[in-house]
Write a protein that binds this ligand. Structure first.
Ligand code: AHR
Length: 503
């Protein structure tokens, strides 16, 4: 790559892509590995509260500002009997959990999770089992969670000590039903029909709920996008969102190519939007279907370790990726990509939240700490609120093994008129040179007080551990704002947040 580089950016307050749905900054807690047990919940931990929830983890989750949390799976949900997780804990069964080959003790179930979510101040996105089970159990769960009282399941909830309904608004109709690895995987037609009937009866119990139908479990599935199209052919009018999942890795240790993988997320989103809109046209529908990107992250470090795990134990250290600085850069590019699609992506979940491919790690019985990917998510969730703005970008570009025309600069912008703030997020993908960024922001009146937060590192493979967390953001000097023009140098391989007051 050449040396001295400049990128130019125009951000206009009237070029609004969309209001950003707060649920864009969601996450995911699955009964998998140490996400629940040893993660959010650990009886006897020095920081555990009366309910057994780790306060150190609660504090970090609150810091992240997660707006909604998907639960209880994931692959787990396709074999889960939710009734096993309610009522007196000592009477709950221990069961073989077939998705991850563990023992599920059911110490935490829907009531405990909803209590944890309310302590965090986050909403719950509940998934129902459309693998081994179907509409009957799904409607019973909606009744248990959301019906006030005076029926079999709602009165059972009250008898379990939960008088107030949980009022869970967003529900996933199963998980990754296209995947042969799924417990009771279904063809698109089988799943489409099951989703329609589950949706119908769930809504008859609570007409206010919103529903997510499963799309493909990633865009490299041989059945993508036909699976999505067939599901929507059946369920378009019954659901509010279609789901997308995708994980990215750097198995080839090719940084330039790895950092371009957000382009793949971008094209995946565009393809699913096209499927939704084609279905709308075919059905002569007036309804626009939106997207729930309810699993996204980097995932590849733990694959080898996971092959060595002994089956049928409780909460083994499974799927525990230790994230590098380089991973944080891609996580930043991914969250910016979601922001740029805020007109159609209304829900997104960083998968997952604690220990399992997570921004937060814990030692069972020990401390909790922030992984490298914590920070881009934190900044986006904290400052990427309000309106997502179109960015008109001119940037030098490069080619990689899999992608062409990759801009050295990846960026997104959010204007929060309520708070009077403009935030620009940017990754410089250049591996060796600063990128001089010139922004034309003249449409904003009275811009002032620019701050520049940077996360960079001399070591691409640097990780945070329980003992040391070298990868963290710092405040940088040198950004200049003059008459609506912002000039700043972005260090090579860096995550950047530029914030200004904007009337
Ligand atoms: O997040 C880990 C797993 O990835 C989930 O259980 C599944 O839905 C996906 O394949």
């Amino acid at each position: 790559m050449p040396d001295a580089k400049t990128a130019t950016l125009v951000v206009d307050k009237d070029f609004v892509i969309s209001e950003i749905d707060p649920r864009l900054y969601g996450s995911f807690v699955e009964h998998l590995g140490r996400c629940v047990y040893g993660g959010i919940f650990e009886k006897g931990h020095p920081t555990a509260d009366r309910d057994g929830f780790r306060q150190d983890v609660l504090d970090l989750v609150k810091e992240l500002g997660v707006s909604i949390v998907r639960y209880p799976g994931g692959n787990f949900v396709s074999g889960y009997n939710w009734e096993d997780g309610v009522g007196p804990v000592e009477k709950r069964p221990r069961k073989l959990e077939l998705a991850w080959r563990t023992i599920e003790p059911n110490w935490v179930g829907v009531n405990e999770f909803a209590r944890w979510a309310s302590k965090v101040g986050t909403a719950v996105n509940m998934s129902v089992n459309l693998g081994t089970r179907g509409p009957d159990e799904a409607r019973a769960l909606v009744e248990y969670c959301n019906h006030p009282s005076g029926s079999y399941w709602s009165d059972m909830r009250i008898s379990h000590g939960q008088k107030e309904p949980h009022r869970i608004k967003l529900w996933c109709l199963g998980n990754e039903m296209d995947g042969p690895w799924q417990i009771c995987h279904k063809t698109a037609a089988e799943y489409g029909r099951a989703a329609v009937e589950a949706a119908k009866v769930m809504r008859w119990v609570d007409p206010d709920i919103e529903l997510v139908a499963c799309g493909s479990s990633h865009p490299r599935m041989p059945t993508f996008p036909d699976y999505d199209a067939t599901v929507l052919e059946h369920a378009y009018e019954q659901v509010n969102y279609v789901s997308l999942h995708s994980y990215y890795g750097n198995q080839e240790n090719d940084t330039a190519n790895f950092l371009a993988k957000s382009l793949e997320m971008d094209s995946y989103i565009k393809s699913v939007v096209a499927v939704c809109d084609t279905t709308r046209a075919r059905k002569r529908s007036k309804k626009t279907l939106n997207l729930s990107f309810d699993e996204w992250n980097v995932w590849y470090h733990s694959h080898e370790n996971d092959r060595k795990i002994t089956p049928w134990t409780i909460a083994p250290p499974q799927v525990e990726d230790s994230y590098t600085f380089e991973d944080a850069l891609l996580a930043g590019c991914l969250v910016m990509t979601l922001m740029k699609h805020a007109d159609r992506v209304k829900v997104a979940c960083l998968a997952q939240l604690v220990n399992v491919i997570a921004p937060i790690m814990t030692v069972t019985g020990g401390p909790a700490w922030r992984q490298t990917i914590f920070y881009p998510f934190l900044h986006a969730s904290r400052y990427g609120r309000g309106r997502s703005l179109q960015t008109i970008l001119r940037s030098p570009r490069y080619d990689t093994k899999e992608y062409t025309d990759v801009p050295l600069l990846e960026c997104s912008a959010a204007h929060n008129p309520e708070k009077g703030e403009l935030s620009i997020f940017a990754v410089n993908r250049d591996q060796s040179a600063d990128l001089a960024l010139e922004c034309d922001l003249r449409s904003f009146d009275g811009l002032s007080g620019v701050t520049h937060t940077v996360m960079d590192s001399r070591d691409l493979k640097a990780v945070n551990t329980k003992d040391a967390q070298p990868v963290k953001p710092r405040e940088a000097a040198g950004a200049k704002l003059d008459k609506g023009r912002l000039s700043v140098k972005l260090p090579p391989l860096s995550w950047n947040v530029l914030r200004m007051s904007a009337r």
